[in-house]
Design a protein around this ligand. Structure first.
Ligand code: HEM
Length: 247
């Protein structure tokens, strides 16, 4: 049991470091090669889009998803952690919506049509599903009048949907095709292939996002790191005694 916990915290620290690196890399990319940030419907406003989407829908979302897996929280009242989970996801949702406003405003400013790419279709579906999931979670798990039977029914659907939304948000990040937009009037957007340093950096950011996603999905799929509900302790003992268990 002790080494399973140590293994968890090792993986968790890796997850925090990768998440932090994703935020630093996506911000640095936009400052160093894309001209920085503004909120004036220009291409500088667009630059908020990758930063807010990666920070909100990948890093914050991923961390909120694995919150219940932290062994430290298991001995504490679940209600408190439900509130922290909901608050982290609300922050993630707000950042994602701001990230979408950044790109929609930019498109409007440059008369570029909206929602024409695969990236934008996958992306908009992800944010719509996330909004529905957050609202249903609020009603189902935090509202005092939600019946126990409904909560039990909702729980596996909520967990599956949560994982699906995370995978879709990773897919959104990886489906960005360069030059998807007509280039705005700035040399910053001249062919990607003529900027080897930027191209390498952006590819490395993609690798970091994939690594972060795999670590989060690894934590979520490990049954030994699942918080058990009252009455489930016996199944934990049988899992711990199984030949695959790291004791
Ligand atoms: C979870 C992550 C993401 C989601 C949910 C998402 C969602 C979206 C949506 C819905 C649009 C369409 C906006 C419109 O049509 O006006 C869009 C456009 C765009 N996004 Fe993202 N995005 C994400 C991450 C990123 C990242 C990391 C980049 C990196 C540069 C990026 C680059 C773009 C570009 C270039 C466009 C305009 C061209 C196009 O529609 O493909 N996005 N995004």
């Amino acid at each position: 049991m002790i080494s399973s916990t140590v293994l968890f915290y090792g993986t968790y620290v890796l997850c925090l470091c990768l998440g932090l690196l994703c935020v630093v890399f996506v911000s640095y990319w936009n400052i160093e090669w894309r001209g920085g940030f503004a909120w004036d419907a220009s291409f500088l406003q667009f630059n908020w889009h990758p930063v807010l989407m990666v920070t909100g829908l990948v890093v914050l979302y991923g961390n909120a998803a694995i919150l219940y897996r932290i062994p430290f929280t298991w001995s504490q009242r679940k209600q408190h952690w439900k509130l922290v989970h909901a608050a982290l996801l609300l922050s993630s949702l707000i950042l994602s919506i701001l990230g979408l406003c950044a790109v929609f405003d930019f498109h409007t400013g440059y008369h570029i049509p909206n929602l024409y790419s695969l990236h934008s279709w996958v992306g908009i579906c992800t944010v719509v599903l996330f909004t529905a999931q957050w609202l249903l979670g609020l009603v189902g798990f935090l509202s005092p009048c939600s019946p126990l039977g409904f909560r039990k029914l909702l729980k596996p659907v909520h967990a599956w949907m949560g994982m699906a939304i995370f995978i879709l948000s990773l897919a959104s990040c990886l489906s960005v095709t360069k030059n998807a937009d007509p280039p705005p009037i700035t040399t910053n957007y001249i062919a990607y292939s003529s900027h080897p340093a930027e191209a390498l950096f952006a590819n490395f950011l993609g690798v970091l996002i994939v690594a972060f996603g795999l670590v989060v999905l690894g934590i979520l799929s490990n049954q030994r790191w699942n918080r058990l509900e009252p009455g489930e302790e016996s199944s934990r003992v049988s899992i711990l005694l199984s030949p695959y268990c790291v004791v």
